[in-house]
Every structure is written in structure tokens, then in C-alpha cells.
Design a protein around this ligand. Sequence first.
Ligand code: DUC
Ligand code: ZN
Ligand code: ZN
Length: 478
Amino acid sequence: MATTLITGGTVVSATGRVAADVLVDGETVVAVLAPGSIVLGHDLAASVGTVIDATGKYVIPGGIDAHTHMQLPFGGTSASDTFETGTRAAAWGGTTTIVDFAVQRQGERVEDGLAHWHELAAGECAVDYGFHQIIGGVDEHSLAALPTLIDEGITSFKMFMAYPGVFYADDAQILKAMQVSADTGLLTMMHAENGPVIDVLAEQLVKAGNTDPYFHGKARVWQAEEEATHRAIMLSHITGAPLYVVHVSAKQAVEQLAVARDRGQNVFGETCPQYLYLSLEEHLGARSEEWGSFEGAKYVCSTPLRSRAEGHQDHMWQALRTNDLQMVSTDHCPFCMKDQKELGRGDFRAIPNGIGSVEHRMDLMYQGVVTGEITLERWVELTSTTPARMFGMYGKKGVIAPGADADIVIYDPNGHTSIGYDKTHHMNMDHSAWEGYEIDGHVDTVISRGKVIVDDGAYLGRKGDGRFVKRGLSQYLI
Ligand code: DUC
Ligand code: ZN
Ligand code: ZN
């Protein structure tokens, strides 16, 4: 593969920004140099194949979305993005690595669930991809299989305190799995909501005739998230397992994480763009001409959108600044309105849970830089560097430095992006939860392991460009 020189840009890392040129040889970054130091008529200059002018632009490590669900069978249907369409959309948005969730269900062998996920993804992806393992049935077989995942490059597994009868694990099961996590270094990921409580509240709401999407948010009370987060933290304390809580949306759950972290526990949390920008009142409670009060179905996800009046969104931004939350992923789990979300007309419990955002995470978080919520460096840290460290990819991913994979995004702070179904949308969905969002920046060029896959509004990649990433153990533990 050819040598590429990116000149004139500002290279941004989690710790600073510097005017520098970046030299890429094949798939790898080989040098980050003072501007102009290569093109001086020396031998090297002659061998540079492609020069990309990044003057006035940021040069950042490619985004890493550590929480996606391509083609997940869920809620009586399957997530509408395949690995092909979803990773292509990710590429368009400046994300060069995803970590998706392989699924093991009750009674299934972990090895079979994992093999199936490899079959779905192999040869299909536009960008690099790794897997976490969902353990939907904790039993002696799945517990025994957990340590074997490490050699497969899968160093984190997820359990659910929600969804009884589907993925749910009770406290005894969680404790046993966390003991394995503590013994092996596997990172425990947790969907922390008290599912049995939520299911009773949801049933009571439906029986009382409250069937609109809005009531999805009313049933999934913040207390159920705070309580489950606290319980997960305590189980991690008992066992010594490192814990990563996914899709945190309630400010009270953040408070639980902060207390645990102050105590010195290896406890971490992510939030998602939907919990920073969208709300119960404005979105789950939305109405439209086309869908009436069912419009809110576009925004049904779990954990749910929270009340803006209660201040959750502001608290999430604050937690990202203070490192009470360490990362932003999407929980990309797209469903179309037609034939999919529609399954829950008349009963919000049957609406497939999920929002699609894999394409827009880098832009939406950059808008947080524009509005002063986070710094430019923190943007890179939250969306790329910490995901790489948290999930054992740092050095190759999450940084622009000699030896790293040349996963690089050239981002134009003077560009503009209008998000919407008819505009910048490449996800396989018939709507966008981000319709009408305007971003004061633009993903100009996306380079994946040295290959330009998006440039100047054109997609230049191919399915199969993306490779499976074998991850190491977390590099973020204290
Ligand atoms: N939450 C969602 O919104 N979708 C998939 C699974 C989950 O936990
Ligand atoms: Zn979840
Ligand atoms: Zn998820």
C-alpha cells in the first residue's frame, strides 16, 4: 500500500493539539513531524505516494464506537443495519472501529453464539470491528466458557439486569460471572436497570390504558437504574470484578458510579448521544402529522430518554467533563418505523428498543465542543482514546503515533453537517432520531488502516475492508 503524507493540519490527541504532518506507510503511522519537515527535497519526499492537505483542519484518531448492535435479533425483529450497512454508515461519520455484541442466549453454547457473530460480520465490514460477548444465560457451561474468550480477543462480556425472560441475569448469576471476571481480568459490562420492577410498572400502565411510547419512559423510572447500578457496583465490590456500566442515562446512576470510583473501585460508565441531547418530554412524548403520538416510538430505547426538567442531560455533560463518565458510545440499535417500531402500536412494551446513531456520534460530540460543553481534547478522549484503552486496543487504535494503525479522520471545523434522513443519512433506517440537527463541523476524510475510505463526500471503501480486531485486556484499570 502507498505512503501517505497528511500535511498542514492540527493533530489533536487526548492530551493536546499540535501543528504536525503525519506520515503513513501502508497501514501504519510511521511519523508525526514538525510541519514541512518531510517535503524538503530529501529522499523520503520522493517516495510519498499521496499528499493530503489538511490545512485549517483537525487530524484526529478515528472514532471508536464500543457499543453497537448490528442485525441484533430483538423485540420480535432484527436491528435493521447489517454489518455492511452499519459499518459503512460508521465510516461516513468518522468512526473507524466498532465493537459489537456477539450473543449467547439461554441454553446456547457461548462458542456457537460467537461463531455465528463471526459469520455475520466476516467480509462484510467497511471498518475494523471487535466483539464483546453477551451472556444471556449464565450457567455452568457459559461460566466455563468465559475464560476461553480471552484467546479469541474478546475481553469483555455483558449481562442484563433487565429484560426478564430474554437476557436477564439474577444476582446469584451475576455474582458467579463477576467472580470469573475478577479471576481473569475480563471486563464485566452491565445493563443496569431493575427489569422485574420495570415490567410490573409497564404492565400496570398498559392495563390503565397508557399505551403510547411516552409511557416507555414512565415505566423505566430512574430509581430502577440507580438501584441496579448500585447493586452492580456492590457485586463488583464483593467480587473485585472490574465493571463497566453501559448506556447510563440517570443522574442518580452517575452519582453511584462517582461514589464507587472515589472509593477506588474499578468502575466505569458510558453515556450515549441520546442521553445528552434528547428527552422524555420532547421526544418520547412527541407527536407528528404522520405518526400522531406514536412518533415517540422513534425514541424508544433502554435505558430510556430522561426528563429534561429533572436535569439528567446537563448532568451527563458534567459527568463527561469530570470523568465520572469516561466514554460516549451509541448503543446503535436501529429499527425502522414501518414494520418494526410499528409492532408496538397500542402497547409500548412491544416497540423494539433502540436508536440508530453510529453515523453521527463524532459530529454530535463535536457539537459539544462548539457549545463549550467539552474541550477538543476531551472530544478525542471520549470518542476514541478511552474506548481504545478501556477495551484493550490502545497503541494500535485511539492514537496517532508511530506504530499505530493509520485510522485517521480529517475534521473540518469550518465545515457544516445537516443531519437528517434525506441529507447525510446512510444508516438503513426509514427515519432519523437526529432529524434536523445542525453540526458546525464536518468529517472530510476518513482513513482506515492507511486506505482513504471517505473523501470529499465520496465513499471509496469496500465491504471487507474492515478486519476483526483481537483485543487485549483493559488498559484503563487502576
Ligand atoms: N437497549 C436498547 O435500546 N436496544 C438494545 C438493547 C438495549 O439494552
Ligand atoms: Zn443494554
Ligand atoms: Zn446495547
